[in-house]
Design a protein around this ligand. Structure first.
Ligand SMILES: Cc1ncc(COP(=O)(O)O)c(C=O)c1O
Length: 439
């Protein structure tokens, strides 16, 4: 019996509530849309064909908010119909089963234990919950960077305002033109002080497209931790939303303590889904703020189950009812990626991004900000066009049916994100359009 099966067993044994209420046999529509693996996903055209995206547009902002592939759409629809037919009955029948399926699929994809995963509604919810609750002593500090997204920076600011925690922001590099792996790792390490308890960074910056050498950083932090006690160990937290579904990694081997990500961007998961993964050794540092609706926790509260330690990942999965038709369809997104193949996905995204960057770097009126090397970049390309604001660039491209975005940061760049929704021909069209952009 796997650990998650055991939890199922214990929970079902301890809590008869669901069984008592489920007196009526429901004519359930089985959520059998799992057939991602049965659908032919052998060509990029067939993969693109799984999405209901407008065929008239070149979607270069797929990372912003997911369009759902067919298997995810169908699972959502089936759950929705069943919830509409009998909300309480379907919920009692399915809640544990579906959440377990989601945790298993996520754990399988990430190559970690399902018990290490908390489910959230977005990257922002994960960041807010984790950074808002981490146990830090008054004499300890949080080290972060000036490159992080609004959601990391604001979560940390709110934490500091509420608790007086010290948050220190640093730049990680001097210039994107000359930035190297070593510079990024060394700069981070040089800024670690004896009182640094938490490091909060972003794997792929949505401001510039820069990808941090997270593994190298984790190794350097591990060296620092060798001489520290458990109470003073540096906890390495990563906003991984633009790496998840792009980079080919086994999470347990990355070396960070926490990874926070929405699953409704590159993963193509249902909108309004996300996760926090924490290493077993790190979870005790977390502290929940929103009561979980985990069955065991509820059972303990109702004095139906003996009080015993609940996995922190379960406590950190916020309760309250959710848009369950979306949450329960998330396993389909992980299966969809697995069916295509993680390595194949990374290679494809790399190739398309290389094609775009190699074309842009040759244009005299374009300043490419994202590093050319895939070692320091992933799926996001940021650039400026001489004489035009970022907004003007994005608007002009839109008139040619090319959908980009402006970086939502103090420094605004035009941003394109070639991904699985795109073809090499589309990248050529985009390059031609940018070539012809003049002020
Ligand atoms: C780096 C980064 N982190 C967090 C977020 C917020 O993600 P979510 O919408 O899942 O909260 C974004 C973009 O929206 C982002 O670019």
């Amino acid at each position: 019996m796997s650990s998650i099966d055991r939890r199922d067993f214990l929970t079902r044994g301890g809590l008869a509530l669901g069984a008592v209420l489920l007196t009526v046999e429901l004519p359930l529509l089985k959520p059998d849309a799992a057939a991602a693996s049965a659908v032919k996903l052998d060509t990029w055209e067939s993969i693109r064909g799984q999405f209901a995206l407008s065929p008239n547009l070149i979607h270069m902002s797929g990372f912003f908010l997911a369009s759902h592939p067919a298997s995810v759409r169908e699972a959502i629809e089936q759950h929705r119909r069943n919830l509409d037919a009998d909300p309480i009955g379907y919920w009692y029948e399915q809640e544990e089963k579906q959440e377990t399926a989601v945790l298993r699929a996520a754990a399988d994809y990430l190559a970690v234990d399902p018990f290490e995963i908390a489910l959230t509604d977005s990257t922002t919810m994960g960041l807010g919950l984790l950074y808002g609750g981490l146990r830090i002593r008054k004499d300890q500090e949080i080290l972060t960077t000036i490159h992080d997204h609004y959601s990391t920076e604001t979560s940390l600011r709110l934490r500091a305002e509420r608790t007086g925690a010290t948050v220190r922001q640093i730049p990680l590099y001097k210039s994107l033109k000359s930035v190297t792996r070593n510079e990024l790792v060394d700069t981070l390490v040089q800024h670690v002080r004896p009182q640094t308890r938490v490091i909060a960074v972003t794997w792929v910056h949505s401001s510039t497209g820069l990808k941090l050498p997270i593994h190298g950083m984790a190794e350097a932090i591990a060296k620092i931790n060798r001489t520290r006690s458990e109470q003073d160990r540096v906890i390495f937290c990563v906003d991984g939303v633009h790496a998840l579904g792009v980079e080919d990694f086994r999470l347990g081997e990355v070396g960070c303590d926490f990874l926070i990500a929405g699953t409704h961007k590159w993963m193509f998961g249902p909108r309004g889904t996300g996760l926090i993964w924490g290493h077993k050794r790190a979870w005790p540092v977390a502290q929940a703020t929103i009561p979980t609706f985990n069955t065991e926790a509820y059972g303990i509260w109702m004095k139906m189950t003996p009080p015993k330690g609940l996995p922190m990942s379960a406590s950190m999965t916020p309760g309250g009812f959710h848009s369950f038709e979306h949450r329960w369809a998330l396993d389909e997104a992980f299966k969809f990626h697995q069916a295509i193949g993680k390595t194949r996905i990374t290679q494809r995204i790399n190739e398309l991004n290389q094609q775009l960057k190699q074309g842009l770097v040759k244009m005299s009126h374009v300043a490419l900000h994202t590093p050319l090397s895939q070692d320091l970049s992933a799926g996001i390309v940021c650039f400026e066009v001489a004489g035009l604001s970022a907004r003007q660039v994005v608007e002009r491209l839109r008139t040619q049916s090319i959908i980009g975005s402006v970086t939502p940061y103090a420094a605004q760049y035009a941003r394109l994100a070639p991904g699985l929704l795109n073809s090499t021909e589309e990248i050529e069209t985009v390059l031609k359009a940018i070539q012809n952009l003049r002020s």
